[in-house]
Design a protein around this ligand. Structure first.
Ligand SMILES: Nc1ncnc2c1ncn2[C@@H]1O[C@H](COP(=O)(O)OP(=O)(O)O)[C@@H](O)[C@H]1O
Ligand SMILES: Cc1ncc(COP(=O)(O)O)c(C=O)c1O
Ligand SMILES: [Mg+2]
Length: 286
């Protein structure tokens, strides 16, 4: 059994952060140690929420507790997503270093969740800078969306060639794998949902259907990153993990769309999260 320390948000109602990542990883045979950065009533794209940011000290405290019962060496990967405050970034990196000193093979997946005024995703001030300066250079795997790809690379990304240049730029900063969760307006076909994966061996694109949601569900990035990591930990190659994740996320989106839901329908989709039914293939494009 592989173990993932998953450090991201908790929403009591609905699906985002750990609520969107834990169950899918568990369905794929991964034991998830969910450590919450915030506890909110619901995700921030509702425009209002209640709850609190977890004090930064809790991150180190919880990791120390696991160390003191002698279980920290079993941590195979640390995965950070929605972060509650700029100070939490340092604590996450300290936790990663502690785990790395005990298990040098532990991976770090950084999903660089940034605020997006356009989408209504709200992230505390300073988190973006913390991610850029501290987290990214240490990450093994990064999973930006289009906006995050632009911010992290500092490059314009308006088309596929610029997207390829930007992911190569990120690879040069340290990560071994970069997955772009949705190329959106920089993609090759505005009627398709296109994702990219880049490694030292090349760049792959995966195209799948774009569903006409009246309101785009949230937490899809968290689902995407979690399933990519779960597949890697299950021994799949980066390419296999990319395809299997892309197909599972497509099946979840298809079911969520059929049910006309704003919240991701992870429970309804549990069978396809375990065994995706769609079979889209990635294409090597660079
Ligand atoms: N197949 C699909 N059809 C239509 N919209 C989709 C599909 N898959 C995901 N989405 C939407 O695309 C967006 C992807 O968001 P993006 O900004 O790339 O990443 P993140 O989820 O990390 O914010 C989400 O709003 C999600 O609801
Ligand atoms: C509390 C919380 N967690 C996580 C996320 C990230 O969601 P996504 O997977 O859509 O990037 C959001 C986005 O608004 C959020 O509000
Ligand atoms: Mg995201």
């Amino acid at each position: 059994m592989k173990n993932v320390l998953s450090i991201q948000s908790h929403v009591v109602f609905g699906y985002a952060g750990n609520k969107s990542a834990t169950f899918p990883m568990q369905l794929n045979g991964i034991d998830v140690w969910a450590l919450n950065t915030v506890q909110f009533s619901n995700h921030t794209q509702y425009g209002k929420w209640t709850g609190m940011v977890i004090p930064k000290e809790q991150i180190g405290e919880i990791v120390r507790g696991i160390d003191e019962i002698g279980e920290l060496a079993k941590c195979d990967a640390i995965y950070s997503g929605y972060i509650g405050s700029a100070e939490q970034v340092d604590e996450i990196i300290k936790a990663y270093h502690k785990i790395k000193s005990i298990n040098p093979n532990a991976l770090y997946l950084c999903d660089p969740v940034m605020g997006s005024p356009e989408k209504g995703c709200v992230v505390a001030a300073g988190v973006k800078e913390g991610l850029m300066n501290i987290a990214i250079p240490q990450a093994d795997i990064m999973t930006p969306n289009l906006l995050e790809l632009r911010e992290l690379s500092g490059l314009a990304v308006e088309n596929i060639d610029q997207a390829i240049a930007a992911v190569k730029h990120l690879l040069a900063k340290g990560p071994k794998i970069v997955v772009v969760k949705h190329l959106g307006s920089a993609g090759r076909d505005e009627n398709k949902f296109e994702m990219l994966m880049a490694t030292q061996d090349g760049v792959w694109s995966l195209m799948r259907p774009l569903y006409p949601f009246t309101k785009q569900p949230v937490g899809v990035g968290d689902l995407t990153a979690s399933l990519f990591l779960a597949n890697l930990l299950n021994g799949k190659s980066a390419l296999e993990a990319f395809e299997r994740m892309g197909n599972a996320v497509n099946d979840v989106m298809s079911i969520t769309h059929q049910l006309n839901s704003y919240e991701l329908q992870l429970i309804e989709a549990r069978h396809v999260i375990m065994n995706p039914i769609s079979d889209y293939k990635a294409e090597k494009i660079a």
